[in-house]
Each structure stands twice: as C-alpha cells, then as structure tokens.
Design a protein around this ligand. Structure first.
Ligand code: FAD
Length: 486
C-alpha cells in the first residue's frame, strides 16, 4: 500500500475542500473533488481509510466486515459505473455468487430451507414450486420488483425513500402464506428496517439488484479499498489518518472558515463535507449553527440495528458457504430484522472470508452477524461468545468438532469502528415517516454525505457521495461524465 501523508501538528494548510470521514462515502467525495482539480484534505479518525469496508485480520486470516456482497442489474449498475469513472473497474475481479443459490435461507428449528437462485425468472419459478398456491402473486410481486430496479436506482435523489406503501403492505396484498411473507422479507437484513416501516420502493431498489446478480470482488472489500487508496495517492488527496475533527469553524456570517483537528491542527477551507453519522455533526459546530428544530430532528433520528458478531476458522468449510451466504430466520417472529432480537432468537447471517491472503494457515474463515438493537445481551463476553457458538452449532451440525478458533465482537466494537455511537450497521434508518438530513445544510460550504444521508450499503453510500460532490462541482458536468460510464 502507498505511504500515507503525515503532517506535523503546527501546520496551517489551505484546501478547497476538507472531507471529514474516510468511509467509502468520504473517499468517493474526496476522489471526485480531486478529479475536478480541487485541493482536498481527507480526515479520518481511524489509522486507516475505510475501516468498515476494509475489514480486519486476525491470526493471519482476513475477515470482511462491512462488505460481503453487492447486486447489479444488467441495465442498472451504478457501482460498476463509478468504478469505471475512477478507472479501477478493470483492476477488480468480479466473483459472482452461486447461480443456483446466492442466499441459503433456513428457518430456525424447522426443516424449512430455501435457496435463492440468481435471476428474477429463476426466483419466480422456484418460489412457484415451493408455494404453488401463491403462483399468481409471486409472478406479479417479482414483476414489480423488476420494474423498480430497471427504472430507478439509489443514485436518483428525486425518489422519496420514506413513503408508503410499505413492504409489509405490498407483501400482504399479494400473499396469504406467512412463511412466504417471512421469506420475502429476509433481505431486510440488507438495510436494517422492519417490513412495516420500509417503503416498498426502497426495498425493491436495494434488493432487486441482488435478485438479478449478487456478486463480490475477489479479495473482498479490502481489494476495493486498496485500489481506492492508490487513487487517492494518484490524485494527491492529503490524508490525515488517526486524526479526529473536533470543530468545524463557522464565522458570524455563517460561512465555513476552517476545520480543526483534535491535535489543534487547523485546515483552512471554505468547504467542509461531513461523511460520518449526522448526530456527531451537532457537536462539531457552534450551537447556534442550526435551527433548534433541525438539531432536534437530527439528534432524534432512529437508528438501524447494531450487531454481535462471531468470526473464526473451521477445519473444513461450513455447509453452503462456498459461494452463498446463509441466513437463519427465527421460527416465531414474523419480523426479520432486529428490534427485539437476541443471539438465541434473532436473525443470523453467515458468510465466508473472501480476502486473498496466501499467508493464512489452513482453515476456512467465517463471519457471523447477529443483528441486535434494543436488547443488550446479558453476561460476560465469554458467555455471549458461547451463546453465539451454540447458535452456530444448532445450524451447522459439524461446527463444534470443526472449529479451530472463534472470537466475538459486540455493538461497542462496531461503534468503535464506525465512530457512530450506537454502532448501527447502516447509520440512521431510511424508513416511512423519517426525513433524513439533506446533503445541503443552511451553512453555505457545509455539506453532508454518507449512508444516513443517501442510502445504506456500499452503493447507497457511494451514490450519496456522488450526489454531494455534484452539488459542489456542478451536477451537469458530473452526471454527463458518469452516464458515459454506465
Ligand atoms: C457488519 C456489516 C456488514 C455490511 N455488509 C454490507 C454488504 O454486504 N454490502 C453492502 O453494500 N454494504 C454492507 N454494509 C454497509 C456498508 O458497509 C455501509 O453502508 C458503508 O460502508 C457506509 O459508508 P459511509 O461512508 O457512509 O460510513 P462509514 O463507513 O461509517 O464512514 C464514516 C467514517 O467517518 C469517520 N469519522 C466520523 N467522525 C469523524 C471525525 N469527527 N473525524 C474524523 N473521522 C470521522 C469514521 O471513522 C468512519 O470511518 C455492511 C455494514 C456492516 C457494519
């Protein structure tokens, strides 16, 4: 990896723009501004860029944390377009998920399983075979999903993501079998809201592309981040890593004048783009910056769930994980996300490690997520870890005999890595009735980007970054260049 710029504490630097937070959205904003000739600083609290998407290494095994897969439609592939735009698409190798099963869904304590194949016609056929009494609804429902993902994409900001009908309403309109409703809600996991609070349009825009083609990159999220890192160096974006922004300075005529780091370094600028959790922004600006109603709205944004996680290595691969993920849904509850989940009763998502690491000793890595929001698990870390192992053993019969080692992470770990206080997986919810902050604020030169502003996931966060960068550079310029990469 290319070396990182390090700056001494007493320098006062001048920039056209300072981007705060080098998650995937901050990196994208910084690259776009630099591509259009701006002098850009990118500031990140963590000692490396994109801590969530990069993942982490333990005992020579690399684990993806915040990127396991993405989806794309043949005629609607915003991530592919962005990678072409940054001239890195050719350097990333696409690894498709298994065509016959990209997600293997099980219902806990029952023999029910369902393999989601790739392609909407294949899903219609397989669901029709399993639920013959619902054939008509299946055809109609999936045609709606297909229509949405052909016509709209998360890049299009004119689409309201917080309006009815809800996913639950549309599912109930089409189906009477609760098992089918539960199965078709399983992918709420990809954005972290319950079916009754999720706009159907939003669900279809996120999930439709996965139904069409679920894929990852060879080498996982780290492969993408390594290439973006090179691009930052190439475009001479100054990176301040291990640096926390404490203050965004705003003068009496309400203009941004500087960004100050916790170590007192001052970066002079008239443009600051904040790409972390919007709640944290309120602490960085003078108290009178925003109207009280705005401050209150941001402070009270509802959060997506956080999670407990178990990761480790087994001697032989876990069943189904070769080119598929495993999603285990609870038997009892109709909902599939996490408002009341515990490790023993909630949703469980299992995937394998993907980063190419030739130094890893023999063994097969796995990463298991237990989304959990309102309920704090009781007991010591060791007890919580045992609970997760037990749940894995209930799902994968050979798990215990096969296990080489396993460690755990908690919502506090996720909070530490995302610097969002509740450690929410996807930041603030995008749900019916909630208005997420707009990229433009009432302070000229202070803008927002990221998953809580735009949409969740790699694609949602990057799309939000494009939108924000376009507000700075000029929408016509950006979108005409980007559309030539589609
Ligand atoms: C467990 C998990 C699994 C996921 N799986 C997938 C998946 O399979 N596919 C997919 O598409 N998406 C997935 N996601 C979601 C995806 O990773 C996120 O939506 C995306 O990475 C969010 O990017 P972001 O830039 O908006 O935010 P973040 O990644 O949270 O970036 C914000 C950055 O700002 C920094 N920061 C905050 N405040 C300051 C400050 N004051 N000073 C300096 N730096 C600051 C933080 O350190 C952080 O690095 C997953 C997420 C999680 C947690």
């Amino acid at each position: 990896m290319a070396p990182t710029h390090v700056f001494s504490c007493d320098t006062t630097m001048h920039y056209d723009a300072v981007v705060i937070g080098a998650g995937i959205s901050g990196i994208t904003v910084a690259l776009m501004l630099a591509k259009y000739g701006q002098r850009v600083a990118l500031v990140e609290k963590h000692h490396q860029i994109a801590p969530i998407v990069r993942g982490f290494t333990r005992k020579h095994h690399h684990f993806d944390t915040g990127f396991h897969y993405a989806g794309r439609c043949p005629n609607n592939d915003p991530l592919g377009a962005l990678l072409r735009y940054f001239s890195i698409a050719g350097k990333l190798q696409i690894e498709p998920y298994h065509a016959d099963c990209f997600d293997h869904v099980k219902i806990q304590n029952t023999p029910f399983t369902f393999d989601f194949p790739l392609g909407i016609p294949a899903i219609v056929q397989r669901l029709g075979e399993r639920f013959p009494h619902e054939t008509e609804g299946i055809r109609h429902y999936l045609a709606q999903i297909q229509r949405v993902c052909e016509q709209f994409s998360l890049v299009d900001y004119s689409i309201p993501l917080n309006q009815r009908p809800s996913l639950q309403e549309i599912l109930k309109e089409h189906f009477s079998d609760p098992l089918l409703i539960k199965l078709l809600s399983a992918h709420s996991l990809l954005y972290g809201t319950e079916p009754d609070e999720t706009s159907f349009l939003f669900h279809a825009m996120v999930v439709g592309p996965y139904y069409q083609e679920a894929y990852t990159f060879k080498g996982g999220g780290k492969a993408l981040v390594d290439l973006l890192q090179e691009k930052l160096e190439q475009l001479q974006v100054d990176q301040y890593l291990g640096s926390e922004v404490s203050t965004i300075e705003i003068d009496s005529s309400r203009r941004v004048t500087a960004v100050t780091l916790a170590n007192q370094t001052t970066l002079r600028t008239s443009c600051a783009v904040y790409c972390g959790h919007p709640k944290a922004l309120l602490q960085m600006v003078p108290p009178s910056t925003f109207r009280p109603a705005y401050g209150e709205r941001v402070a009270n944004l509802e959060e997506t769930p956080s999670a407990y996680a178990l990761y480790g290595v087994t001697r032989t691969p876990l069943e189904c994980l070769h080119a598929s993920n495993v999603i285990v849904l609870p038997e009892e509850r109709a909902e599939v996300t996490a408002s009341n989940s515990t490790i023993t009763s909630g949703v469980m998502y299992v995937t394998k490690g993907r980063a190419a690491d030739t130094t890893a000793p023999n063994g097969f890595s796995f990463f298991t997520l237990f989304p959990a929001s309102k309920i704090e698990e009781s007991g010591s870390k060791a007890e919580i870890t045992e609970r997760m192992k037990l749940r894995m053993a209930q799902t994968f019969p050979q798990f215990e005999q096969n296990l080489v080692w396993a460690e755990s992470a908690s919502p506090k770990t996720f909070a530490r890595y995302s610097y969002a206080s509740p450690g929410s997986l996807y930041g603030a919810k995008h749900c019916i009735g909630q208005t997420n902050p707009h990229p433009l604020t009432r302070v000229p030169g202070l803008l927002l980007a990221g998953q809580s502003v735009g949409a969740p996931g790699l694609i949602g966060a990057m799309a939000s970054a494009v939108h924000t960068a376009a507000l700075i550079i000029g929408q016509k310029t950006v979108y005409s260049e980007l559309s030539s990469c589609l």
